[in-house]
Design a binder for this molecule. Structure first.
Ligand SMILES: *Cc1c(COP(=O)(O)O)cnc(C)c1O
Length: 349
């Protein structure tokens, strides 16, 4: 089926009409900046490394990302964590109190929080018992005001990725945006949906430097989509949303691809070790397949086991209140030593 996606049908009217804030750094199109005197932004002129406003378009970081991810710079938007990116997507496309989005619990809690914050109805369509999207039910939940479907793949907290077939069906049949949150893609053997970016005009992919890239503290989230979609998000983003320290630190880390790869390999090896031990723990009733840097398990009594682990000095995530997740715990993969300690304690309980 041909998708009749048209960005003009989904951008909010006020966003279409608004004139973006033009910062001093935006207005000055740099030619050769080396010898120029900058008296345009009311900055303190004494150099300390960060006395100047950062590049609002994060050009240097985007050049590196564009190359690594095989996209164009104008297909990238950066934000203060993916949380900011997701918020911008809501604000660009969802009319408060009119539009709605679809999310698939159990999943990442921020989609629902951002829907609430932006006064956008969140239509929840549960995943199936094997944690796959129920495409027919999703399509049924869509109406003329449905702007976005959020897919988290690999999904948090379940750890699995969504079948290619379901994702393709949604991309084809839905006239709004399909946002695929790939926060954990680097731990999966599956290919990123980035490879399909130019095939689907309604595809938006978010990734983050917070997980596999080891930079949760600097807050850098990435969004990839058509240049048309990115231009809309760029128009509404706060001008200096990614600070200079973050841009510098991200650049440094992005160039260290070998180190990032070896850390991912180590985390996956530790995940496999933990999986082997979990099979033998008598209170573990189910271990869910994982393609992320965490494992979801079903236990006899999640609250009890959670508290026991806390008393041994190990903090995990209790997911028992989430739909389809009764008595489940989510364990993040730590270092070899941390994992060893966790495995010892689990065997003792
Ligand atoms: C951790 C996580 C993120 C990352 O959010 P940041 O704001 O980039 O740190 C995004 N999506 C999911 C599903 C996550 O689990």
């Amino acid at each position: 089926m041909e998708n009749s996606f048209d960005i003009n049908n989904i951008v909010r009217e006020n966003v279409k009409l608004m004139k973006p804030y033009s910062s001093a750094r935006d207005e000055f199109e740099d030619f050769d900046t080396a010898d120029m005197i900058f008296l345009d932004a009311n900055e303190n002129p004494f150099q300390n490394g960060v006395n100047r406003y950062p590049d609002p378009q994060q050009g240097n970081v985007k050049v590196v990302l564009a190359k690594q991810k095989n996209v164009k710079s104008n297909q990238i938007l950066l934000g203060n964590g993916s949380d900011e990116v997701l918020d911008l997507i809501f604000r660009a496309f969802c009319e408060p109190k009119v539009d709605n989005v679809i999310t698939l619990p159990p999943t990442y809690g921020m989609y629902g929080v951002l829907a609430n914050l932006n006064a956008v109805e969140n239509r929840e369509v549960l995943l199936s018992t094997d944690f796959q999207p129920q495409v027919d039910q999703i399509v049924e939940a869509v109406d003329d005001n449905t702007k976005i479907i959020f897919l988290c793949s690999p999904n948090n907290p379940t750890g699995n990725s969504f079948s290619e077939e379901s994702v393709v069906k949604l991309l084809h049949n839905f006239k709004g945006l399909v946002v695929i949150d790939e926060a954990y893609i680097d731990f999966s053997e599956k290919e990123s949906w980035l490879a399909k970016l130019n095939e689907y005009p309604n595809l938006v992919i978010t990734q983050t430097l917070s997980k596999a890239y080891g930079l949760a503290g600097i807050r850098l989230g990435t969004c990839y989509a058509s240049a048309t979609i990115i231009a809309v998000l760029n128009k509404i983003k706060p001008p200096y949303n990614v600070n200079e320290l973050t841009q510098l630190r991200a650049l440094e880390r992005l160039k260290d691809t070998d180190k990032i790869k070896s850390e991912i390999v180590s985390i996956i090896a530790q995940r496999d070790e933990l999986l082997k031990v979990l099979i033998e723990v008598n209170f573990v009733e189910k271990i869910y397949p994982t393609e992320a840097n965490f494992i979801l398990i079903k236990v006899d009594d999640a609250n009890k086991r959670y508290n026991e682990l806390i008393s041994k000095g190990i903090v995990i995530r209790n997911r028992t209140t989430q739909p389809l997740c009764e008595n489940t715990l989510r364990l993040t993969i730590g270092t070899e030593q941390e994992n060893k300690k966790l495995m010892e304690v689990l065997k003792q309980l």
